[in-house]
Ligand binder design. Structure first.
Ligand code: NAD
Ligand code: ZN
Length: 364
């Protein structure tokens, strides 16, 4: 048995207002006059603030040739988008000091991937898989404005490529620095906050009920689950404490799956996302709504949280799809072997047959 020796984020700062320490944090990372590139979630393009009346864009510590690029995350990140951004930066600046991703999981993933592609040849599609990246990227920092994905701590960056939706999983992928400032999440709309927050809840359930579980994953997973429950089950109105807690839940949930794996909801939701472009958070919720056979108690709790927080979970999204389309989703999903093995054990292939998976997709 070989134990995973995993690379973690090098520096972490946590606290309300810690965003304003960014200038000081970046100063030692600047290489001559090579600029820092701030990839900013397009949500903040038109002066959106984070509940304090100060537009976030005005708080970015620009120096010299630094540049803000708005990241359009209407769709989840694609390899073509990453390649284009990296190419544009190489043409404009030659070298850069680093890439700072400020936004939800999509922007953080884009920032990681662009930082890697500044120093690796070819297309990001060549590196979709495990440990294919061989050269460190430029300095990269992640600053979440939504809590739940765990992208701030993970060793992957999920990209949709020409033939697959798969991350660039490598020891070079984790951020060098993350800035966890819960204030940045305070203005997120309730639905979005719930979908992304449920990504964390589902990470915990899949990790804690998976066959890969060990004490390391369990310790983080249990804490993250407790924080999710505080926020979505116990609280009646959203407040600053909820932002604080959910940001730490996301971090701990990410640490939990770093040493285990996700499970059925993720494996099925990847098929939806590949075929229909369904986004990660909402896709996981759509699937979780129908997973009574796999996570019975968690599904009851999930439905309670949906009702309590007055959230809409779409239904009927697979209505009218062709056999060929169902087959595409089934192929993508069954390709996620480690997820199924974690969820159902070594004999998962005899348990999750194509017919059973088709029946599940038909319910969504
Ligand atoms: P997201 O980043 O896709 O953003 C969703 C929407 O919220 C976007 O329209 C965005 O502009 C907006 N938004 C962001 N911050 C906001 C704020 N503070 N207020 C209002 N709106 C805001 O959503 P997400 O759920 O955070 O991330 C999903 C992405 O993360 C997917 O691309 C998924 O593949 C990826 N992901 C990555 C990992 C990983 O380990 N790398 C893990 C899970 C998910
Ligand atoms: Zn997830």
């Amino acid at each position: 048995m070989k134990f995973r020796n995993f690379k973690m984020v090098s520096y972490v700062v946590y606290g309300r207002g810690s965003f304003d320490q960014l200038d000081e944090i970046l100063a030692p990372q600047r290489k001559g006059d090579a600029p820092m590139i701030f990839l900013l979630d397009h949500y903040f393009e038109n002066g959106a603030d984070t509940g304090n009346g100060k537009p976030l864009i005005n708080r970015i510590p620009l120096r010299g040739k630094d540049k803000v690029i708005f990241a359009d995350v209407t769709y989840e990140p694609k390899t073509t988008q990453v390649d284009k951004l990296a190419q544009q930066l190489k043409e404009e600046f030659g070298t850069i000091s680093g890439v700072i991703g400020i936004g939800g999981g999509s922007v953080m993933d884009l920032a990681k991937a662009v930082a890697l592609m500044m120093n690796n040849p070819g297309s990001s599609a060549d590196y979709q898989g495990w440990d294919l990246v061989k050269v460190a990227g430029v300095y990269k920092a992640g600053i979440p404005t939504l809590s739940g994905t765990g992208a701030e701590v993970s060793r992957t960056t999920v990209l949709t490529g020409p033939t697959r939706k798969l991350g660039m999983n490598s020891d070079f992928t984790p951020f060098d620095q993350i800035v966890l400032d819960p204030e940045l999440t305070s203005n997120a709309p309730a639905n979005q906050r719930f979908y992304t927050g449920m990504d964390c809840y589902i990470h915990c359930i899949e990790s804690l009920q998976g066959t890969f579980l060990n004490e390391f994953s369990k310790s983080y997973g249990e804490k993250a689950l407790e924080l999710c429950r505080d926020v979505f089950v116990k609280k009646n109105t959203w407040d600053a404490d909820c932002d604080d807690k959910l940001m730490m839940a996301s971090y701990a949930g990410g640490m939990s799956i770093a040493y285990s794996q996700v499970g059925v909801a993720h494996a099925v939701s990847y098929g939806l996302s590949y075929l229909l472009g369904t986004k990660h958070g909402i896709g996981n919720c759509i699937v979780m709504n129908h997973l009574e056979d796999y996570y019975p108690e968690a599904v009851v709790e999930f439905k309670h949280m949906v009702d309590k927080n007055k959230i809409d979970i779409p239904v009927g999204i697979c209505k009218g799809l062709s056999d060929e389309q169902f087959d595409t989703m089934i192929n993508i999903s069954l390709g996620m072997k480690p997820l199924w093995e974690n969820a159902l054990g070594k004999d998962w292939e005899t348990i999750m047959t194509r017919e059973k998976l088709r029946a599940l997709y038909e319910k969504l």
